[in-house]
Ligand binder design. Structure first.
Ligand SMILES: [Zn+2]
Ligand SMILES: [Zn+2]
Length: 476
């Protein structure tokens, strides 16, 4: 028994994540992302690579934009798809898609197909919302496509990444395929670690976000370091800016700051937040008993927060009194609150900026986080010099390489497909797994290429090759 696998986005990249799996006549698409930067050819999943193949189901693993933002595009192309996701993801999806529509309209570039913007109209998103079907965790459901010969059993498992996030298990006619999607095997401050079964599967598809380095996740150590940074800055009457993603990172950092204040590691100073984070906090709170929160019932909205006054941005009290400002975007993209604040923050030697998340090398956040005091650097399109303090911290919602290798070692897949990481990160994970499981066939799929995966009868499973491709591959 074999399956057909085509990666339509997120091949050797953290891009418009999308994976097609053809399983005994049923076509399943997992995720429909929007590329974080690309507004050209690769902004949306490469659906043209499907050729004449049909798909029946669209599973959204979680509500981050690189997994969800392309959903209106995919549903426009294939309106018959049945969109499935967890209950929390369904609720988050609504907030996130409206925001994506707004961002795309302000971020429009010459080569972005303007027709695509219409997919994000308020009416279109509301229409889609009615089609979303929520699926409980750990509760197998049966799927069968138009051309399906056997039922496919699909089960969503908690992946420990953000609220609502799920790994997807597919079983059909004796063949098992697990797509971890974005996964975290360590507890975070607010939410608990993944609860995905560690039994053998025939095919494992996984991410490699953090595999470009060997640093394990050290939340406790990083929390202490962040506390010291904030205490140092605020003791000198400065304020701290924390650029943060609205979904996931903002709720985690608020929980961390709350803990630091409660333990007396930092003074009880005002925390300012604004924008979409507040609406997402409320959705987190709705699920604080039913999702695997580390402290059941903990509500993010209960953490005292002041609202940033956007109408008088630089007259807010945080400019004159020691405060913490948690602002989007996490990568300090142009046109966002964190970008506007960072430009002013940089000029004040008493102020500090704490980076807590992944910075894409092409973003203003990256260049600012790598800058040296007093040395000019390009902040977006503008040359700037900073005199404020800048520090980087690692609070990852993704598994460490070590955590992934342990998991893969337990699961012992016949075939491992590595996606969602830079080419170096994918290669590093492949190498580490090859040492541990020399019999596992390892694929680093290319975008749009067709692979046959599953129980091989021709001995292909006996060797491990990066970038291995099926002899019958065709680029569709
Ligand atoms: Zn994610
Ligand atoms: Zn992702």
């Amino acid at each position: 028994m074999t399956a057909e696998l085509i990666v339509l986005g997120g091949a050797e990249d953290i891009g418009a994540n999308c994976t097609y799996i053809g399983l005994d006549g049923t076509g399943i698409i997992i995720d429909a992302g929007l590329h974080p930067r690309d507004r050209g050819q690769h902004a949306f999943p490469a659906l043209a690579s499907l050729g004449e193949r049909s798909a029946d189901v669209l599973v959204i693993s979680h509500a981050h934009n690189d997994h969800l933002g392309g959903l209106p595009f995919v549903m426009r192309a294939m309106p018959h798809l049945r969109p499935l996701m967890t209950h929390a993801t369904r609720d988050l999806t609504h907030v996130m898609l409206h925001n994506t529509g707004r961002l795309l309209k302000s971020d429009i570039t010459a080569w972005f197909p303007t027709e695509s913007l219409s997919y994000y109209n308020r009416e279109q998103i509301e229409l889609l919302r009615h089609a979303f079907e929520a699926v409980p965790y750990d509760d197998p459901i049966r799927l069968k496509g138009w051309h399906g010969r056997h039922d496919v059993t699909m089960t969503l498992h908690w992946s420990g990444h953000i609220l609502g996030a799920a790994s997807v298990m597919l079983e059909c006619n004796g063949l098992s395929i697990l797509h971890t999607t974005d996964i975290q095997f360590d507890d975070q401050a607010l939410i608990g670690k993944a609860a995905v079964p560690r039994h053998h599967v025939d095919v494992l598809i996984t991410e490699a976000t953090n595999c470009g380095h060997d640093t394990p996740n050290d939340r406790v150590g990083e929390t202490k370091r962040l506390g010291k940074f904030i205490a140092d800055v605020t003791n000198e009457n400065g304020s701290v800016l924390i650029p943060s993603f609205a979904l996931g990172k903002t709720q985690e950092i608020l929980r961390i700051l709350y803990g630091l204040m409660r333990s007396g590691s930092i003074p009880s100073i005002p925390i300012y937040t604004g924008g979409m984070g507040e609406r997402i906090n409320k959705i987190y709170d709705q699920y604080c008993y039913t999702e695997p929160f580390r402290q059941p019932g903990f509500e993010v909205s209960d953490i005292p927060q002041e609202r940033v006054d956007m109408n008088a941005l630089f007259s807010n009290d945080f400019m004159s009194k020691p405060s913490i400002v948690v602002a989007q975007s996490g990568m300090v993209n142009k046109g966002t609150l964190s970008h506007a604040l960072a430009r002013v923050w940089m000029r004040n030697p008493a102020f500090g900026i704490a980076f807590i998340g992944y910075q894409d090398p092409d973003t203003p956040g990256w260049s600012l986080s790598m800058s040296e005091p007093g040395v000019p650097f390009m902040f977006g399109t503008r040359e700037m010099t900073r005199s404020c303090k800048v520090e980087r911290f690692r609070f990852s919602a993704h598994a460490s390489k070590e955590g992934l290798v342990d998991f893969i070692g337990d699961v012992r897949p016949g075939t491992l497909c590595i996606t969602h990481g830079s080419p170096d990160a994918c290669d590093a994970l492949a190498l580490a797994v090859k040492e541990r499981l020399p019999k596992t066939r390892i694929l680093i799929p290319s975008l749009g290429r067709r692979y046959t995966v599953g129980r091989q009868t021709d001995g292909q499973g006996a060797s491990a090759h990066s970038h291995q491709q099926d002899p019958s591959d065709g680029v569709g």
